[in-house]
Design a protein. Structure first.
Length: 241
């Protein structure tokens, strides 16, 4: 079922954590490793803490897991806005994940150089095959952005599976982000969204008229993979049907 709606945030997080475990086991059995791109922002921290908790930490062979980031703020890794810092604190450090299994953006470089370096790193990791993540975790902003695909930015028009730097006037900073074609090569994509302030965005992205310039998350449609939404009831409240 592509739409997972739960009465509480906690139930939503547990469902997504179970899904994460299932995808990890499936990938490790089939290919010997699980390659995941983490999301940032305000929503996923609780998910990462749950995965690192005693309820989940023994359910996955963590040494077989490789961590990338679907987007990043162009800030040092020590900055409170850093997606890497959040994931490191909530998930990677508590699980003792080895540094060579964590692929962070090189934000000490200029934005375009950092994006190009990350594209190179991703392609080298998957070489000789095309980059295909087992799972890409995503959030959704109340303006319908996902990853750092913000409304009316140039990166929305990307046709290549790569990482790009984009200046986002509404947050007044550079972001580094997977393009939609790169996300859409994934085997699975999971959105985690909660809260009433996201309800309109969820409705517009799922049921609104097609307008990816306004609602960039509409671009996310894996070409040969699955797309699932994990929502709490307030985030799903405006959906019809
Ligand atoms: O996919 C993502 O979505 C968020 C928006 O989520 P929010 O919880 O911060 O509203 C985005 O900013 C984040 O970096 C990204 O990975």
């Amino acid at each position: 079922m592509p739409l997972h709606i739960h009465p509480t945030i906690e139930a939503t997080l547990h469902d997504l954590a179970d899904y994460f475990v299932g995808k990890a086991r499936e990938a490790i059995t089939a290919r010997g490793r699980f390659v995941v791109a983490l999301s940032g922002g305000s929503s996923p921290k609780k998910l990462y803490e749950l995965l690192a908790s005693s309820s989940y930490r023994d359910q996955i062979a963590w040494p077989e897991v490789y961590f990338f980031f679907g987007d990043e703020r162009n800030v040092p890794r020590t900055d409170p806005q850093s997606n890497y810092l959040m994931a490191k604190t909530a998930l990677l450090a508590p699980l003792g994940i080895a540094d060579d299994h964590i692929f962070a953006f090189r934000t000490e470089l200029a934005p375009t150089a950092a994006a190009a370096a990350y594209t190179t790193e991703i392609n080298a990791f998957f070489s000789p095959k095309p980059a295909r993540f087992d799972l890409v975790l995503l959030g959704l902003g109340d303006n319908s952005h996902t990853a750092s695909l913000f409304p009316h930015t140039e990166v929305l028009r990307a046709t290549t599976a790569e990482v790009q730097a984009v200046f986002v006037p509404e947050v007044d900073m550079y972001r580094l982000t997977f393009t939609a074609p790169l996300i859409n090569q994934a085997r699975a994509v999971a959105f985690l969204v909660f809260g009433a302030d996201k309800a309109a965005a969820v409705r517009r992205v799922r049921q609104g008229p097609r307008n990816a310039e306004e609602f960039p998350a509409q671009l996310i449609m894996p070409s040969a993979g699955e797309r699932r939404w994990f929502l709490d009831a307030p985030a799903a409240a405006d959906l019809a049907g």
